[in-house]
Structure formats: C-alpha cells, structure tokens
Design a protein. Structure first.
Length: 279
C-alpha cells in the first residue's frame, strides 16, 4: 500500500507542475525552458520553513509567493522577447538558479537539504493534500480557459500583434500567465520537497524543465485534461519500467517528435478528432 501511495503522490505533484507550465506555454504561448527553477524555489522555500518549525500547509502560500514573485520579475524581463529568444531567456533562468543555489551554504550548497520534516499527517495525508492542490489548480485553469483572461491568452498565443489590435493589454496578460504559472510551480515544489525529503540543486536543472515541457506538448498545450493525463502517465513510467528510467530523455524526445509530426495538438487534439469522426 505504501508503494501505491508514493506513486499516486508523485503523479499528483507532477500533474500540478505540468498544469502550471501549461498556463504559460499552453494557454499563453510563451515557451519556457526554465520552469524547474520555480519548482525549485518552492521546494527550497517550503523545506526551509518546515525545518524552522512551520507546518507544511502554512508553508505552501509562501512557496507560491516566492516563486510567483520571481516569476513576475522574469516575466518583466521577458516582455520584449518572443519565441526562440524567450526560450533562451528562460533557459538562462534555469542555469542561474542552479548556479546560485550551489554557492549558498545556508541552502546546503552542492549537498542540498536533507532531513526535510515529514508531513505531520503522514504519507496518506500528503497524498490527499497533493490531490487537493492539483485539483484546485486544474479547476482554476479550466475557469481561466473559459474566461476573458483565457480569450486574451489564446489571442496572444496565436498572434500578439493581432491581440494588440483587438485592444488586449499584451504585457499585462503575459505577466499574469507567468505569475499564475510560477506560483503553481512553487506549490508543487514545496509538496515535492516533503515527498522526497531531500532536495539538491541538480533536482531542478534544465533536464527537469525539458521533461515537464515534453509533458505539456505530448498532452496538448492548452488542454487541461490532456496535460494532466500526459503528466500522470509519464511521471510513473520511469518508476514502473527501469528501461524508461534509463533512457527517459530519449523516450520522451521520441514521443515529442511523434506528437509534433503526427498530432501537433497532442493527445487532447487526437482524441477530439477521433470523437468528431464518430459523431
């Protein structure tokens, strides 16, 4: 039973992490290759607070605020760049985060932080909390998608210049996407830190950013259920099959290539087309 709880918790946290990137990349069309940095900010914030005696639930809002605040700054710095240049800028954030953490002894430096306190309510409680957080964020994402903000995000993703002609405040909505997405990543990071109970700089590097981006692409950027499904499956495959863990990047890369080649809108788009043919 304990193994199943660990798998389910991993799945729930990864779904939350992927959905947070989906706001930025899937909804708003802003490609981020540094999302793991905000995941790491939340993890380090949550770990430091609980080691100082805070309960995990109380540590989640500060983790979201810290990650969201840095996301706001990164969003401001990224307003003047698009597409490839935006991807390069966010990739730099990932490398900058890892480099800075490695030099901070109070954050454990190269060694990282071990002995992170277990959640007061045990692993079953952490699973429930992770599911609640992922579910609430998914509900927020669905609400955003159906709101004026969702329309603005979609317009920006399709064509920023046309969005401006329509009267959409492009910089403001881009910043909203970064703040909401990075705040969600911060919460996921805090949950992750208390799930594994050890974090280090290499836990939040460029590879993790590429991995979660692959989940968004495979699931179908902009689709809440598609990204959640892709994140759920891809998060546990390396735990179920050793060869997937050994060749994870290769397998994920092949999956992304196949999706981009045959179904650019991911699993969600493929399912929708199948349903349309049957109706």
């Amino acid at each position: 039973m304990a193994y199943e709880i660990i798998l389910a918790t991993t799945m729930a946290i990864t779904i939350l992490f992927a959905l947070s990137l989906n706001i930025i990349t899937g909804f708003c069309g802003q490609v981020s290759l540094g999302h793991a940095a905000f995941y790491g900010l939340g993890a380090y914030t949550g770990a430091m607070l609980t080691k100082a005696g805070w309960p995990l639930i109380a540590a989640l809002p500060p983790a979201a605020v810290v990650a969201g605040s840095v996301g706001f700054v990164v969003g401001l710095a990224s307003l003047r760049v698009r597409h490839d240049f935006l991807a390069i800028t966010t990739m730099g954030v990932a490398f900058l985060f890892v480099g800075l953490v490695r030099k901070q002894e109070w954050l454990g430096g190269e060694i990282g932080i071990a002995g992170i306190p277990a959640a007061q309510f045990g692993r079953p409680g952490l699973l429930v909390l992770s599911i609640i957080c992922a579910g609430l964020f998914a509900a927020v994402a669905v609400y955003i998608k159906r709101s004026w903000m969702g329309f603005a995000f979609d317009s920006i993703a399709n064509d920023e210049d046309t969005a401006r002609v329509l009267g959409i405040d492009v910089p403001r909505f881009k910043l909203w996407a970064f703040v909401i997405g990075t705040s969600g990543a911060g919460i996921a990071g805090a949950l992750y830190a208390h799930h594994v109970r050890y974090i280090g700089p290499d836990s939040f590097g460029f590879v993790e950013s590429v991995t979660v981006l692959a989940m968004v692409i495979i699931g179908g950027g902009g689709s809440v259920w598609g990204v959640a499904l892709a994140a759920a499956v891809l998060s546990v495959l390396p735990l179920w099959f050793q060869f997937v863990n050994d060749y994870k990047l290769l397998i994920y890369g092949l999956l992304v290539f196949g999706v981009v080649r045959f179904s650019p809108d991911g699993i969600a788009g493929a399912v929708q087309r199948l349903l349309n043919r049957r109706s």
